[in-house]
Ligand binder design. Structure first.
Ligand SMILES: [Zn+2]
Length: 105
């Protein structure tokens, strides 16, 4: 097998999740740019440090951004994780508007 033919670790999760972020829906199949920007990884929905396991049901394909925003928050379901990510991105968006776009005084 050549390097190009090797699969990703946990490729079955990539395929199950359709090469799309489970938390935000970023589509890695759209084109190569979308793929490379996503920096996909496998997240433990319930973090291992909080007792989460390696069962496929506790694993989700996620983009780098979602993985950073979810961090180690204790989530017991994909819905919990999506809620955490959305809440934290909303905080980041307020910061962005205030400090980057300078829309708030
Ligand atoms: Zn995402």
């Amino acid at each position: 097998m050549t390097k190009e033919e090797e699969t990703y670790p946990n490729q079955r999760i990539y395929e199950r999740d359709n090469f799309t972020c489970r938390y935000c829906g970023w589509d890695g199949r759209k084109d190569f740019k979308n793929w490379i920007i996503a920096i996909f990884s496998i997240d433990h929905i319930k973090p291992k440090s909080l007792g989460g396991n390696d069962d496929d049901s506790n694993l989700a394909l996620v983009c780098h951004s979602c993985n950073l925003y979810k961090r180690n928050f204790d989530c017991n379901s994909i819905d919990d994780a999506i809620k955490v990510v959305n809440e934290r991105k909303a905080i980041a968006e307020k910061w962005y508007h205030k400090h980057v776009l300078k829309l708030d005084s």
